[in-house]
Write a protein that binds this ligand. Structure first.
Ligand code: ADP
Ligand code: NI
Length: 220
């Protein structure tokens, strides 16, 4: 029998104290979204989807940079999957997802994910957009010391991995990534939700810029 609860406990310990927007609440939302999306695909192994959703950020490059620590964590994670009752094929399937899912890893290569992986990727991307996405962008921006907005700095195009990780005004991040995510969704239901969430962000950014520039064109 598989007990996803064990995996959840492992992740709760790992995610404690995160201040980059990858906290446990993000993980929980991705799990909920993944659980919702997998409901459209009864043929997909729900255990693989949920295990991947819970653990998709455990080995993230931003959270763990030391290679030795990364190796140790990976071993602990494998043990955790085994203890939870996943069989070897399920563990391989989960690693294939979490090793290739992130936006940063797909800037240069376009990894082909299994349908299970596509669902978790959609869930992770949905949590980056909409009202929560706006909140996360400012939260992340603050953690890197980024300014909210700088009208003199236009958004950049065709970012590679290094450019993606450079500090950029938070409003630029909407153009450089967040407004594009809707078109990158794998599944129809995620595309539908993304459209609603993108509209929320577009309205927010338009209002933000209008307020920022309020009165600026008038002579004082
Ligand atoms: P992924 O895990 O898919 O590679 P990231 O870890 O880069 O994605 O992003 C995690 C969260 O931080 C997302 O909500 C994303 O929008 C936000 N974020 C990433 N880079 C920036 C940035 N330069 N400015 C503002 N928010 C950012
Ligand atoms: Ni994530």
């Amino acid at each position: 029998m598989v007990t996803i609860e064990r995996i959840a406990q492992f992740v709760a310990t790992q995610a404690a104290g995160d201040h980059s927007g990858h906290d446990l609440a993000h993980i929980q939302r991705v799990v909920n979204l993944s659980d919702y999306l997998v409901g459209f695909y009864p043929e997909v192994d729900q255990t693989v989807v949920l295990a991947a959703a819970w653990t998709h950020d455990v080995l993230d490059e931003k959270l763990v940079s030391d290679p030795a620590r990364l190796r140790r964590l990976r071993q602990e994670l494998t043990t955790c999957y085994q203890t939870a009752g996943l069989d070897p094929a399920q563990i391989t399937a989960v690693y294939a997802i979490i090793d290739h899912l992130s936006y940063a890893k797909n800037l240069r290569n376009h990894w082909t994910l299994t349908l299970a992986g596509q669902l978790v990727q959609d869930a992770d991307r949905l949590d980056a957009i909409g009202a929560v996405g706006i909140g996360r962008a400012f939260y992340y921006g603050a953690s890197t010391g980024a300014p909210m907005f700088d009208p003199a700095l236009p958004p950049r195009e065709n970012l590679d991995h290094a450019a993606y990780r450079q500090v950029t005004p938070v409003i630029n991040h909407f153009y450089e990534k967040l407004f594009r995510l809707g078109d990158l969704m794998n599944t129809p239901e995620a595309k539908r939700i993304a459209q609603e969430r993108t509209a929320v962000m577009r309205q927010f950014v338009a209002e933000f810029k209008a307020e920022w520039q309020f009165g600026a064109s008038q002579d004082n």
